[in-house]
Design a protein around this ligand. Structure first.
Ligand SMILES: N[C@@H](CCC(=O)N[C@@H](CS)C(=O)NCC(=O)O)C(=O)O
Length: 211
C-alpha cells in the first residue's frame, strides 16, 4: 500500500495519482497542503524539508519530487510499455517528459497563477497575454509531436504522457487565448475518456481560487 501525502487539487500530486491509477496500485491519499495545511509540521518536514507535496511512502521508502516519484513507480511497477526497460527506447520518452516538466509546465504556471490564484481586480492581464503567446509556441510543438497519436509516443500511454498531459485539464479549462492545436485537443479528449485521468487529473481547482 502506497501512502500519498498531498491534496488532490495539486498538479504535482496529480502526476503521482494518475500514475498510481494507471498502474492499478493500492494507495491511500492524505489531504495535505493548501487549504488543508499540515505541510509545515516537524513530521512532514522530516519527509520533505521543502514543505511541498507530493510525498509518498512505499514500504521503507519515503520520497518527494513528483517526476522522480513517477519514475520510481514506473520502474518498479510499470510494464515494458509504460516504462521501457531498454534505455534507448526509454530515452526518447524521457526527453519529452523532461521537456514537459521544464518547458510546457512553466509556460502554463503564470497563466494559472494570474487567472486562479490572483483576484480579478489584481490580475496582470498584460502578463497573461504575453504568457499566452509564449505558451502558444510550446503548445504547437506538442501538437506537432502528437499528430494522430493516439499518445505522445505513438500507440500506447507511457510515463511521458503523465508528465505532459497532467497539465491539460488546466490548459483547456483556464480562460485565455489558446493556439489552434487540433491534435492536442483530440489527444485531451481521448485522455478524458480514461477513468484514471478523469478521476485524478480533471480535478476542480476552485479551492485554490483567490477570494
Ligand atoms: N518540484 C516539486 C514541486 C512541488 C510543489 O510545488 N508542490 C506544491 C503543490 S503543486 C505545494 O506543495 N505547494 C504548497 C502548498 O500547496 O501549500 C514536485 O514536482 O513535486
Amino acid at each position: 500500500m502506497i501512502t500519498v501525502h498531498g491534496r488532490a487539487s495539486s498538479a504535482n500530486v496529480q502526476i503521482v495519482m494518475w500514475t498510481i491509477a494507471e498502474l492499478g496500485l493500492p494507495y491511500r491519499r492524505i489531504d495535505v497542503s493548501g487549504p488543508y495545511g499540515g505541510n509545515d509540521t516537524p513530521e512532514f518536514l522530516a519527509m520533505n524539508p521543502n514543505g511541498l507535496v507530493p510525498v509518498i511512502q512505499d514500504g521503507d521508502l519515503t520520497m518527494f519530487e513528483s517526476a522522480a516519484i513517477m519514475r520510481y513507480l514506473g520502474a518498479t511497477y510499470g510494464d515494458d510499455t509504460f516504462w521501457p526497460k531498454d534505455p534507448s527506447r526509454r530515452a526518447s520518452l524521457d526527453m519529452w517528459a523532461e521537456w514537459a516538466k521544464t518547458t510546457f509546465v512553466p509556460a502554463i504556471v503564470p497563466i494559472f497563477s494570474q487567472m486562479v490564484r490572483t483576484r480579478e481586480v489584481d490580475r496582470n492581464m498584460a502578463l497573461v497575454e504575453n504568457s499566452a503567446k509564449q505558451l502558444a509556441k510550446v503548445a504547437k510543438i506538442a501538437d506537432a509531436r502528437i499528430g494522430n497519436g493516439p499518445f505522445l509516443a505513438g500507440a500506447a500511454l507511457t510515463f511521458a504522457d503523465i508528465v505532459f498531459a497532467h497539465q491539460l485539464y488546466r490548459y483547456f479549462t483556464l480562460d485565455f487565448d489558446r493556439a489552434e492545436t487540433p491534435n492536442l485537443e483530440a489527444y485531451y479528449e481521448r485522455l478524458a475518456q480514461r477513468p484514471a485521468y478523469a478521476e485524478h487529473v480533471m480535478v476542480s481547482y476552485e479551492e485554490l481560487r483567490a477570494k
